[in-house]
Design a protein. Structure first.
Length: 354
């Protein structure tokens, strides 16, 4: 789902304000009222390439890449590249220091025995960060996600202390629109986002760890989402999966946990023939199997049972690196996973609000 940890508060910090405590009734304040911002409503067609760009008027937005990679020795690597936009006020953006947009970037490299993370912040309106729809270019400081042919071919790079990566992503497959043609509900109570993905990228390039450059290949998944109020009050966090099955099928699913009651679940099944089907709450079974204690002392489920009976999927999803903790200002867990059981494969898991 990729709404991501309390980055609205990080944006307030960046603006020079003292961030308030998040409201207890919703995770990271993402259930706070957003009546003055643009609202997400059903039956609004997504338009490309326009919707690859930024959406002034909506409060929150992100461009998100995860990549499952392997080197010549068969070792697993994972890459995350994320750019967030937050609007301090509704309405169109303006250039210069009066810009209402604040930006945050997260990058991570997961490899054998390690998980390295970097975070960067920027102001809008002065060239530090932004997104252009055509030709596609998303950047924050010297990190970039840049299209060579729309978003069918992307170059992505980022670096942090002791790590870097430079990758090329290629796909000629159609985009996947989640929910009702891109309208993705998050609560069953009207909260929603516009949400689409490109889950079919093949990847080549190199990762760098502690000065050693390592050629890698693999698969990548791009998520795009924007909203003004994606959560309902009382939704405490979420668990999100993007899975590449070895037979070519793709599976995105998430559950948003409630302080009281059952979680809200939804997802998208992409068959081996490329047929796209939205998944309803009652079709998805998620069961945590094993927990790992993180750097913050909290125990998080890093092995899951995922069942989708209608598609004969019954798999275990296990973290490649159980301590893939994103130790940013507002931390969460995100990392690559291995899939076993009725199907094999690789993917990514994100967990917030624990």
């Amino acid at each position: 789902m990729n709404v991501k940890a309390a980055w609205l508060l990080a944006c307030l910090w960046l603006a020079g304000c003292e961030p308030p405590a998040p409201p207890a009734q919703s995770y990271a304040g993402l259930g706070a009222d957003a009546a003055d911002f643009e609202q997400v409503i059903p039956n609004v067609p997504l338009v490309f390439p326009h919707d690859h760009g930024a959406h002034d008027g909506y409060r929150i937005e992100w461009w998100y890449v995860t990549a499952n990679l392997a080197d010549a020795q068969g070792r697993d690597w994972g890459v995350q590249w994320t750019l967030f936009r937050s609007a301090l006020r509704p309405g169109p953006d303006v250039p210069g220091w009066a810009s209402s947009n604040l930006w945050m970037g997260h990058a991570a490299l997961t490899g054998p025995g390690s998980h390295q993370v970097s975070e960067t912040l920027a102001r809008g309106g002065i060239g530090q960060a932004g997104v252009v729809a055509q030709p596609f270019h998303a950047w924050i400081n010297d990190w970039a996600l840049q299209g060579v042919d729309g978003i069918g071919r992307l170059q992505v790079n980022a670096s942090g202390e002791g790590f870097a990566y430079r990758l090329t992503l290629n796909s000629n497959r159609p985009l996947v629109l989640h929910g009702q043609q891109g309208y993705s509900e998050k609560s069953g109570k009207g909260q929603a986002s516009y949400y689409y993905s490109q889950p079919f990228y093949t990847v080549s390039g190199e990762v760098e760890r502690n000065g050693q450059r390592i050629p890698v290949t693999g698969q990548a998944w791009l998520d795009r989402e924007w909203s003004s109020q994606p959560l309902a009050p009382g939704q405490s966090g979420w668990d999100w999966f993007s899975l590449h099955l070895s037979n070519g099928a793709k599976l995105m699913l998430f559950q948003v946990r409630e302080d009281r009651g059952h979680p809200y679940r939804a997802g998208t099944w992409v068959s081996t023939k490329g047929e796209v089907r939205p998944l309803q709450n009652t079709e998805i079974e998620l069961l945590p199997l094993a927990y790992t204690t993180q750097q913050n002392g909290k125990r998080l489920p890093t092995r899951w049972q995922v069942r989708l009976p209608a598609e004969h999927v019954d798999v275990q999803v296990e973290a490649v690196q159980p301590n893939a903790w994103m130790g940013t200002r507002f931390p969460y867990w995100e990392g690559p996973v291995r899939i076993s059981g009725s199907a094999q494969g690789r993917g990514y898991l994100e967990m917030t609000g624990y």
